[in-house]
Structure formats: structure tokens, C-alpha cells
Design a protein around this ligand. Structure first.
Ligand code: 13P
Length: 274
């Protein structure tokens, strides 16, 4: 019978191939990892095409990132380790550059509008972490406050990451993220999307909690959906331009106080107006 580690290695390769076949990555983009029960991390090696991944290429590290075999793990391993540190429930992480999700990240938009009931049930809001240079602390620092409260993140001008209790859940969440972004963009082409009303969203949140799809700790994921009803977001991160404003072609955008001050500062030739 196949051991847990053998199954994990096989699934990791299947997900790498799926990522490449679906064009969620090209060339050597993206990285995938999982945490084994003994704490070891299996990760894709750096600079390797996910379409050509084989089991013998898998890197093994400890939770501090120390290499335990002769493969050099992804340059983004620190991002994976951050997620494992912040979320004891997470056992797998998938990072890719799926075109529609990444288009949101490039446009400076979170995927946080309540346009699809199934997405509220299974994924919740996907916030946008501000830009940080890949493979540096800038990236992990930008992501850190968001990781606890969300199951997938967009990384500004970079891509997307999703995580879950096993590889398939991490993959499913990445797939849902990309599918949602695609539908949001297509609905714009058809004239704009219509958000679900607040009472429908509350019902969905109750259903997802009763069914155990997402726990109460994820309630903050409603921040983008229920911002009118003032559910607080412990991550403190609110996207500055709401996807619905863009999706509906509205000229109105919302800014936080800090962003407004920043804009005014720029408008008066760099003078600080704070
Ligand atoms: P690695 O090849 O080091 O995993 O980096 C790929 C990537 O997508 C960086 O964002």
C-alpha cells in the first residue's frame, strides 16, 4: 500500500501538471508545497517548469526552510512557510499566476464582490496584498496580516496564492479564485455584475458555517461583502478600489483615509498634508 508521503508526492506532481496545463503558470512560474505530519515540507524546486515536474525533483526542507535533500526549494519558500506558521490548519499551498486572477492583481483589485453564491460558500473574499519584491520579506510582510483570515490572496502585480487542509483543497481554492475572476471580467463585458443583497449573503454565511465549509474565524471574509453592515475585518485591509465599481463601470471609487491623504499629498507636489 502507498504511504502518506508517496501519495503526497504523487498529488504534488499532479497539481503541478494541472497548473501548467490550465495555463495558471508558464515557463518556471509558480510553486507548490505541502506540510507532512512530521513537519517536513515537500516543495517544488526553484526555476523548474511545472509541466515537466517529476517526483525526483521535489525539494524537502524543515519548517525553517533548511534543506533536507539535494534540491533547492522554490525562491518563494518563505511565503509558504509564513502560511504554515500562521495557519496550523493549512497543509498545502499553491502559488500561480492565473491570467484572470492576476489581471485583478495587476489592476489593483481584490476579488471581494458578492457576485456568486458558491464562492461565498466555499472561498470567501480574496483580498489584495500590496506589492512586495518576490522572494523577499517585503512580500511576506505584505501578506502576513491577511493570511489568518482568508484562504486565498492576490499579490499586487504578481499573482495569486491559495491554501488549504490538503493539496486538493488548496488547488480547488486556486481554481475557484481564477474562475470567479474570469466571470467577473466577462460580466463586465455584458454590461456589469449585480451583487447579491446583504440578506442573501448573511444566509450563505450561515449555511457555510453550519456545513463547516468555513468557520466563524473566516467571518472577516465577509468584510468585502457586508461592509455596509460594518462587520469588522481584523486584517484591517480594505481594497482601495472595489471590484464592483469597476465591474459596473461606475466612476465612483472608495478610498481609505490614509489613501486619500496620500493622494492629496501627491497633488500638492509632494507636500505632506498630514
Ligand atoms: P520559483 O521558481 O523560485 O519557485 O519562483 C517562481 C515564481 O513564480 C516566483 O513568483
Amino acid at each position: 500500500m502507498e504511504s502518506t508521503e508517496q501519495t503526497a508526492r504523487r498529488d504534488l506532481i499532479r497539481i503541478c501538471h494541472l497548473m501548467y496545463e490550465r495555463s495558471y503558470v508558464v515557463s518556471s512560474d509558480g510553486n507548490v508545497s505541502l506540510r507532512l505530519d512530521d513537519g517536513r515540507i515537500l516543495a517544488t524546486p526553484t526555476m523548474t517548469c511545472k509541466g515537466r515536474m517529476t517526483e525526483d525533483l521535489i525539494a524537502v526542507t524543515d519548517l525553517e526552510g533548511k534543506s533536507l535533500n539535494d534540491r533547492k526549494a522554490s525562491s518563494e519558500l518563505a511565503m509558504h512557510l509564513l502560511i504554515y506558521r500562521e495557519r496550523s490548519d493549512v497543509k498545502a499551498v499553491c502559488h500561480a499566476h492565473p491570467p484572470h486572477g492576476t489581471a485583478f492583481a495587476v489592476a489593483g483589485l481584490a476579488i471581494d464582490q458578492p457576485i456568486l453564491s458558491e464562492v461565498i460558500l466555499t472561498l470567501g473574499c480574496v483580498p489584495l496584498a500590496s506589492y512586495g519584491t518576490p522572494s523577499t520579506n517585503e512580500l511576506t510582510d505584505a501578506m502576513q496580516p491577511l493570511v489568518k483570515h482568508h484562504n486565498a490572496l492576490l499579490m499586487a502585480n504578481h499573482g495569486a496564492v491559495a491554501y488549504g487542509s490538503d493539496l486538493w483543497q488548496a488547488w480547488d481554492r486556486l481554481e475557484t479564485l481564477e474562475h470567479t475572476a474570469k466571470i467577473a471580467i466577462l460580466s463586465r463585458v455584458l454590461g456589469g455584475s449585480r451583487n447579491l443583497p446583504a440578506d442573501a449573503i448573511e444566509k450563505l454565511i450561515n449555511v457555510r458555517e453550519a456545513a463547516g465549509y468555513l468557520g466563524e474565524s473566516a467571518r472577516c471574509q465577509a468584510c468585502g461583502y457586508l461592509h455596509e453592515t460594518q462587520l469588522s475585518c481584523p486584517s484591517g485591509d480594505r481594497p482601495s478600489v472595489r471590484a464592483a465599481d469597476v465591474a459596473n463601470g461606475a466612476s465612483k471609487i472608495s478610498l481609505t483615509r490614509e489613501e486619500l491623504v496620500e493622494l492629496l499629498s501627491q497633488a500638492v507636489n509632494g507636500h505632506d498634508v498630514r
